[in-house]
Design a protein around this ligand. Structure first.
Ligand SMILES: O=c1ccn([C@@H]2O[C@H](COP(=O)(O)O)[C@@H](O)[C@H]2O)c(=O)[nH]1
Length: 306
């Protein structure tokens, strides 16, 4: 799957990911009304509204982008109905030939990680039959439990040719509380990055490893260091747009081949119609506003990399 991601980035010229983080409050009134008329103000109604909203955004952007990143928390808040909307979204993105990065941030003791890996990336055995369940192409994983928490994910990736993005330096304001702590003279994030590079050696694609890292756009100096520590790992870069990251901050996250990083924007794309810059589109044309926001993001990153 890392090879497909690289190919699609080369083809689109867009090292970006659209984050599908559909809060109900972003879904325009006319879509909410239609879903509530059909299902009532129920969890099913909410799940239908976020699915309809996602579908229109995917339809208006899929030809410009290589990948999407649905954030499972936004779906889980609506319980089982929300998870069905997550599944529909993943399946529909596959129909559109998009690479799907499940932002699920899993990771546990080995046996439990194995179950998470099966559910999100692998196949589950039921008697004589096997089923793919969520079936994302990549999953985000938390490394806090160490090697035995990661290995089951890496094993499934090897078998299924799928991939991981492991949290190394997150974009949030408090990320330094633990991640920046010095251990043997080096910040913890650097130790984790060294492990990501080592874990990744065993599962190499053509140019990059199946195992990548998450490094926030909000810490560009750290991004510059970590790019060197993990030369063969793709970096998923959240924090662009709504969290303040800009194209000009991100040049050092890329390798000299112009590859190696993929930048996520969620609210900045899916709720673009709410920004003054895209207000002319109006809520009815929210998906066109998202398309324009994608075009602007691609241009911002391309001009920074020139
Ligand atoms: O360090 C991290 C890791 C993950 N995220 C996730 O990315 C998106 C960002 O959304 P925006 O609306 O573009 O801010 C969201 O799903 C986060 O959970 C992150 O922001 N930082």
């Amino acid at each position: 799957m890392i090879n497909k991601l690289v190919e699609k980035i080369k083809k689109t010229g867009a090292p970006i990911v659209v984050g599908l983080d559909p809060m109900l409050s972003y879904v325009p009134e006319h879509i909410q009304k239609k879903s509530f008329d059909e299902y009532g103000e129920t969890l099913e109604g909410a799940a239908d509204a976020i699915w309809q909203y996602n579908k229109q955004i995917i339809d208006s952007t899929y030809d410009l982008i290589p990948a999407v990143k649905p954030q499972i928390a936004m779906y889980e808040q609506f319980g089982v109905e929300g998870l069905k909307a997550f599944q529909k979204t993943v399946d529909y993105c596959h129909e559109k030939d998009l690479v799907v990065i499940g932002d699920v941030k899993r990771g546990d003791i080995g046996s439990t990680s194995a179950a998470y890996a099966t559910g999100h990336l692998g196949k589950v055995q039921v008697g004589s039959k096997t089923y793919r369940t969520f079936n994302e192409d990549f999953a985000t994983v938390n490394p806090y439990l160490g090697t035995d928490g990661i290995k089951p994910f890496a094993d499934v990736c090897k078998e299924e040719k799928k991939g991981l993005f492991i949290l190394v330096k997150t974009s949030n304001p408090s990320s330094g509380e633990f991640q920046d702590r010095l251990i043997d003279g080096k910040p913890l994030y650097e130790h984790v990055a060294e492990k990501v590079a080592a874990w990744g050696e065993d599962v190499m694609g053509d140019e990059y490893s199946y195992i990548g890292a998450v490094v926030g756009a909000t810490y560009p100096e750290v991004g510059k260091v970590l790019r060197q520590v993990m030369p063969k790992s793709f970096i998923l870069v959240p924090g662009y747009g709504a969290q303040g990251g800009k194209g000009k901050d991100l040049t050092h996250y890329f390798n000299k081949d112009g590859l190696g990083a993929i930048v996520n924007s969620s609210r900045g794309i899916i709720a673009a119609y709410k920004q003054e810059k895209y207000a002319q589109f109006g809520a009815e044309n929210f998906a066109d506003a998202s398309r324009q926001a994608v075009i602007d993001m691609i241009e911002d990153i391309a001009s920074a990399l020139k």
